[in-house]
Design a protein around this ligand. Structure first.
Ligand SMILES: [Zn+2]
Ligand SMILES: [Zn+2]
Length: 139
C-alpha cells in the first residue's frame, strides 16, 4: 500500500468513517487524474458506484479534507486536497476543459505579503486562471 492510501485510511479512521471499496475507488480515480467534474468522475467509475453514492462520497471527502473543489465560475471540479499533493493553482481551458497545475512560490509569497499588509490571517485561497490552452488557440 502506498503512502497516500495510508494517509487516506488514517483520515477516514480519525473521522470514524470506514474504509470501503467505494471510497477507495473514488480516491484512486482522483489520485490518477487532473481535476474532474462530477460527470467525468461518475463516468470513470464505470457504473461500479451509483451517481448518488458518488456525490455522497465526494461530500464526505470534502468535509474531512480529503478532496477539494476547484471553482470554475459557478461550476466546479474535484481534486484531492493539499494533504495529498503540493499546494498549487490551475490554468483552465474553457474550450477543451483541460486543467494545468501551476506551482509558483513567488505567487504564494506575494499573496502572503498582501495578507500581512492588511493584517489578515489567511485560512485558504483560490486562484484559477480561465482561458484557452495552446492547442485550442490554434483552432
Ligand atoms: Zn484546450
Ligand atoms: Zn496558493
Amino acid at each position: 500500500m502506498n503512502r497516500s492510501n495510508q494517509i487516506l485510511k488514517d483520515i477516514l479512521k480519525s473521522n470514524r468513517l470506514s474504509v470501503t471499496n467505494q471510497r477507495l475507488l473514488i480516491f484512486n480515480i482522483l489520485s490518477q487524474n487532473q481535476p474532474l467534474s462530477m460527470n467525468e468522475l461518475i463516468k470513470k467509475t464505470n457504473s461500479e458506484i451509483d451517481r448518488v453514492s458518488v456525490y455522497r462520497i465526494i461530500e464526505t471527502f470534502i468535509s474531512v479534507g480529503i478532496a477539494q473543489k476547484v471553482s470554475l465560475g459557478w461550476k466546479y471540479k474535484i481534486e484531492l486536497s493539499d494533504t495529498f499533493q503540493d499546494h498549487h493553482h490551475h490554468l483552465i481551458c474553457l474550450a477543451c476543459n483541460k486543467t494545468i497545475a501551476i506551482h509558483n512560490q513567488g505567487l504564494e509569497s506575494y499573496l502572503n505579503k498582501i495578507a500581512n499588509e492588511n493584517n489578515f490571517e489567511t485560512k485558504n485561497h483560490q486562484i484559477e486562471i480561465q482561458g484557452y490552452c495552446s492547442d485550442c488557440q490554434k483552432s
